[in-house]
Write a protein that binds this ligand. Structure first.
Ligand code: SF4
Length: 233
């Protein structure tokens, strides 16, 4: 039986008091069985938490065919450790062919770049996430766009509930949890890749830069444009 939750009422009352476990419990009640796992430290942390609860969920990974080797090998390693159900989504070849035929250049402008994100990420995700509740590791500190996110949100793009259990966590909380529990993470994180996307679109950052400024850096970074389109409202 699906327990329906009045999300707005819940948010009004206690959004700030919800901790990671209680949000994941709400997800469990609502048959939320999908974790969108980009292999960021945030997603890896939730992956680990979920693994401690039960095995009734699936980790969704998007393989855009442009990922770093380190990300691919970490994903493979995690399969061995936790033995969870893992589903990899790849873009359809006919769409990739279309990008190739028109010599698609992601560096020309934001629209060409978003077209690539759409084909390599969003189209496949839409098929998987439509009408199904899902979990994500986004945090408000990551960008201006994410500040309007909610811990529990009705996702109009996919017609489903979207849970962001660590939305209000800061980066130190995440790192402490990763270190204390000796969780594996991407090795390139140690050399300045604080937010890891596709290899042509991610660079390392310096200490004084915003954590997502390495993503689509040529788009004269501002905190509102550094998105692929999935977490925009
Ligand atoms: S991040 Fe870059 S390579 Fe990856 S899908 Fe978006 S534009 Fe394409």
């Amino acid at each position: 039986m699906i327990i329906k939750i009045d999300c707005n009422q819940l948010l009004r009352r206690s959004c700030k008091k919800l901790n990671l476990c209680s949000v994941l419990k709400i997800g469990e009640f609502n048959k939320c069985k999908l974790l969108l796992n980009s292999s960021s430290i945030e997603d890896l942390l939730i992956y680990w938490y979920l693994s401690k609860i039960n095995n009734n969920w699936t980790s969704i990974k998007i393989n855009t065919n442009k990922l770093f080797e380190e990300v691919l090998s970490l994903s493979g390693m995690r399969l061995g450790i936790f033995g969870q159900k893992n589903k990899v989504i790849s873009p359809k070849w006919c769409w990739l062919l279309r990008l190739m035929v028109c010599n698609h250049n992601i560096y020309i402008c934001i629209n060409t770049r978003l077209a690539c994100c759409n084909i390599r990420k969003l189209v496949g995700l839409k098929e998987i996430l439509s009408n199904k509740s899902w979990i994500t590791g986004v945090r408000v500190a990551q960008s201006e766009f994410r500040k309007v996110n909610k811990t529990i949100l009705w996702d109009t793009m996919h017609n489903s509930i979207k849970l962001s259990p660590i939305l209000l966590w800061n980066i130190n909380q995440i790192i402490n949890c990763i270190v204390c529990n000796q969780l594996s993470y991407n090795s390139i994180q140690n050399i300045g890749f604080s937010s890891i996307g596709c290899s042509p679109c991610t660079r390392s950052i310096k200490h004084n830069e915003h954590s997502r400024s390495g993503r689509w850096w040529w788009e004269s970074f501002n905190k509102t444009s550094s998105e692929c389109g999935l977490h925009r409202y």
